[in-house]
Design a binder for this molecule. Structure first.
Ligand code: ADQ
Length: 488
């Protein structure tokens, strides 16, 4: 079994004394001003939460955009701070972006062009020259910051996600002795879809600066190699496991990401979790039995409106559940400076109101909706309380909520409903697999989850737990570290 300790040893052996640098847009720890002084929080980002234990084990350096309003105050002159605050084990180096760069690079090109382009969730990507220029500029800012840290040293640089597609090529030019790898956390679309991007050649050229480029699934790898073959003068090998471009090789691998199973299990099993469950029940008015749960960033790819409609359909067809059931949706607002996200927030409010109005009885209503970011212990307590959890993404690279729910379900009494359009579906086939576009069918699956006999619930959950326990975040990281090690 892969653990934090085995990973620590592997990193020591494989990476020797080389610098290990993780680069991402989103930082793993954010410092904010509050009434009680400066506090440090962790963002609701699958990528940041998954990588945190890995960088802790490596004791390396993490370079990311400093986005908190108190970030500068806790850093030294080079933008560095030791984290996690309670037990510092690595250095976070913050890169500073101005308002305009954040607007154009982050909200603009990253989240209004690349995010919808790669997810194909029926939201049209927008491409603006000014945003593209800012994207290039910010990738260069990251390259400068990293080159200053690396100097002439040997280093492994592990870049995260779609915000930094140009960075690998820039790094190859600035620090050619470094091994560069990247993980693409979202889907890669088919070549026909990618073709609409005006700067597709530049993006591909940037990504082919990597020595290793990984995706969650084989399907995304195949889409990528096919896109490359269609768009640039490059030669993929027959199995689509490497691409030769301008005389250098980029290995392409599928390495599915995961969660820290044992840490979540441990937290969920603590006696305090039972007290926390009671407290959450009181705080949100949750029922003792038949609780359904949804946990997502408020994002149109997550299929939140479809899920709420499905609850409505379920109650239309099974009115005997009125008053005996509740669905709790937790969704903190996300990317609110993008128009599409503001529209989604309104859409979700409306559909919740509509379904509640249709089925309300006295003081009872079926949907409880909290637009909040919860602390991890609260989240794990909720996972443990839920009879079922719905992950109904219209398209998702992996989806870690599904795996967290499984890791926290220590009583083996929960059912996972999982969209067939998530990367995690390929590993979690003992879940109830659903199509979120078919709302009535999803409603029937919710009924099935509530009626499923305890034996079936247990064996499904047991098998899911065995799978996630073995295929945990440390296995993901270990695979990447081994592959990077072979490249040096
Ligand atoms: P995300 O799109 O952010 O990640 P996901 O994998 O579901 O999606 O991770 C979300 C994370 O945020 C989870 O760890 C969850 O616990 C946390 N979270 C969500 N809502 C929360 C709330 N209300 N309060 C507190 N925490 C909350 C991207 C890709 C995914 C891929 C990951 C990792 O889109 O497909 O799985 O990266 O590669």
């Amino acid at each position: 079994m892969h653990t934090k300790e085995t990973l620590r040893q592997e990193i020591r052996q494989i990476l020797h004394n080389r610098l290990f640098i993780v680069v991402s847009n989103r930082e793993p720890y954010i410092h904010h001003h509050t009434e009680n002084g400066i506090v440090c929080t962790r963002p609701a980002s699958g990528m940041a939460l998954a990588l945190d234990p890995v960088v802790q084990a490596s004791r390396g350096l993490w370079v990311a955009h400093g986005s908190g309003d108190a970030d500068r105050e806790v850093c030294d002159a080079k933008g560095r701070v030791r984290v996690p605050p309670e037990k510092p084990s690595f250095t976070l180096k913050r890169v500073w972006l101005n308002e305009e760069q954040e607007t154009n690079y982050y909200y603009g090109f990253s989240n209004s062009a690349l995010w919808p382009l790669c997810h194909i969730a029926y939201r049209r990507p927008t491409f603006q020259q000014v945003q593209w220029e800012s994207y290039q500029e910010v990738n260069q800012i990251f390259a400068d910051a990293i080159a200053a840290e690396v100097g002439n040293r040997k280093a492994f640089i592990f870049v995260q996600d779609y915000h930094l597609a140009l960075l690998p090529r820039m790094l190859k030019q600035r620090v050619p002795q470094a091994v560069v790898a990247q993980f693409w956390h979202i889907p890669w679309p088919n070549p026909e879809v990618f073709r609409i991007c005006p700067w597709r050649h530049e993006l591909l050229d940037g990504l082919l600066g990597n020595d290793l480029l990984s995706f969650h699934t084989r399907f995304h790898c195949l889409n990528f190699t096919e896109t490359v073959a269609n768009e640039v003068e490059a030669r993929p090998d027959q199995e689509a496991t490497a691409i030769i471009y301008q005389g250098s090789i980029t290995k392409i691998r599928s390495i599915p990401i995961s969660v820290d199973f044992s840490a979540i299990e441990k937290q969920a099993s603590r006696p305090e979790t039972l007290e926390r469950m009671e407290e959450l029940r009181r705080r949100y008015g949750l029922p003792e039995k038949n609780l359904g749960l949804g946990v997502d960033r408020l994002d149109y790819t997550k299929g939140i409106t479809e899920r709420i409609e499905a609850i409505g359909s379920f109650l239309d067809h099974h009115p005997e559940y009125r008053g005996r059931f509740a669905f709790f949706q937790v969704a903190p607002p996300s990317r609110t400076r993008v128009e599409e996200y503001r529209r989604l927030a309104e859409e979700v409010d409306q559909v919740v109101e509509r379904v509640n109005d249709r089925h309300r009885q006295g003081s009872w209503q079926p949907i409880l909706y909290a637009k909040e970011h919860l602390e991890q212990p609260d989240l794990y307590a909720l996972y443990r309380m839920a009879r079922f959890c719905v992950v109904s993404s219209l398209h998702d690279g992996m989806n870690l909520v599904a795996k967290e729910f499984i890791a926290a379900n220590v009583d083996e009494n929960g059912v996972l409903l999982l969209s067939r359009f998530t990367g995690s579906m390929r590993q979690l086939s003992d879940a109830l697999i659903v199509n979120p576009y078919a709302v009535d069918e999803l409603g029937e699956k919710i009924h099935q989850a509530l009626e499923m006999d305890a034996g079936e619930v247990r064996w499904r959950m047991r098998r899911l737990r065995e799978g996630v326990q073995v295929n945990n975040i440390y296995k993901w990281a270990s695979t990447i570290v081994h592959k990077i090690g072979h490249l040096s």
